[in-house]
Ligand binder design. Structure first.
Ligand code: UDP
Length: 235
């Protein structure tokens, strides 16, 4: 295996499948199985889940809601996804702990960095809920932050496309896919890999980002093995 400890960023939309809103249990079960396949190789995996399938702070703020309040709702939405993913993993006997950045002790453990690392060392999947705990941030930035905190070797940014293109492949048939990119190129050209804060954090901490298509079965494991399944962003 190329990597021993990875941080997987799952957007809320990844859990939505083809539904317009919410969580598709079949899709979550499939993702859980992909994660299980990684855990069974002995590789440690932590997951940051988004919440865009349920609530997005920016969107609610645009409709008139107070931005910080809306972001707290968004963070709570991510906890729903985190607990759902935990359930799917435990259905297939993969021990999983949800750690939330906003205390919700009845349903999950509070985020404590050393505890997260300990869980990983014991072979448990760690799912980080409630983003960073701060409004005005995203779960992409949370992924970069947690990856740095737990010493993950790589961030896996699982999406619906097989990497980063020079323009939208759905709109332009001549779009070219990059094999690798520098952080600087992503930032300068505003390529929408992750938001700028997340890219800057990964750059500062020298954590590569692998962007790949989650909908292709086996891709998480391929990425762990270091196969070129998508675009790698690095120094
Ligand atoms: N959010 C936040 N702080 C964080 C992470 C998330 O306020 O550190 C809120 C924000 O409102 C965001 C929502 O949670 O819109 C859901 O997260 P995100 O949009 O990153 O989810 P994704 O796009 O990955 O599904």
């Amino acid at each position: 295996m190329t990597y021993q400890r990875v941080l997987l960023k799952l957007s809320g939309e990844a859990l939505m499948g083809n539904l317009g809103y919410g969580i598709d249990p079949k899709v979550v079960a499939d993702i859980a199985q992909e994660i299980a396949d990684v855990v069974q190789t002995g590789v440690q995996i932590a997951v940051v889940v988004g919440g865009g399938n349920i609530f997005r702070g920016v969107k609610a703020a645009a409709a008139g809601m107070d931005r910080a309040t809306a972001d707290y709702v968004g963070m709570i939405a991510t906890v729903m996804n985190a607990i759902t993913l935990q359930d799917a993993l435990e259905q297939i006997n993969i021990p999983t702990r949800v750690l939330t950045a906003i205390a919700m002790q009845e349903v999950a453990e509070p985020y404590i960095r050393r505890r997260a690392i300990r869980h990983l060392e014991k072979g448990r999947v760690v799912v980080f809920g409630a983003g960073s705990g701060n409004p005005f941030f995203t779960t992409d930035t949370t992924a970069a932050l947690r990856a740095a905190e737990i010493d993950a070797e790589v961030v896996f940014k699982a999406t619906k496309v097989d990497g980063v293109y020079d323009c939208d492949p759905h709109k332009n048939p001549n779009a070219r896919r990059y094999q690798s990119l520098t952080y600087g190129h992503v930032l300068t050209h505003d390529l929408r890999v992750m938001d700028g804060t997340a890219i800057a954090l990964c750059k500062e901490n020298n954590i590569p980002i692998m962007v790949f298509d989650l909908t292709v079965s086996g891709n998480i494991l391929r990425a762990v093995k270091g196969e070129p399944v998508g675009t790698i962003v690095g120094g």
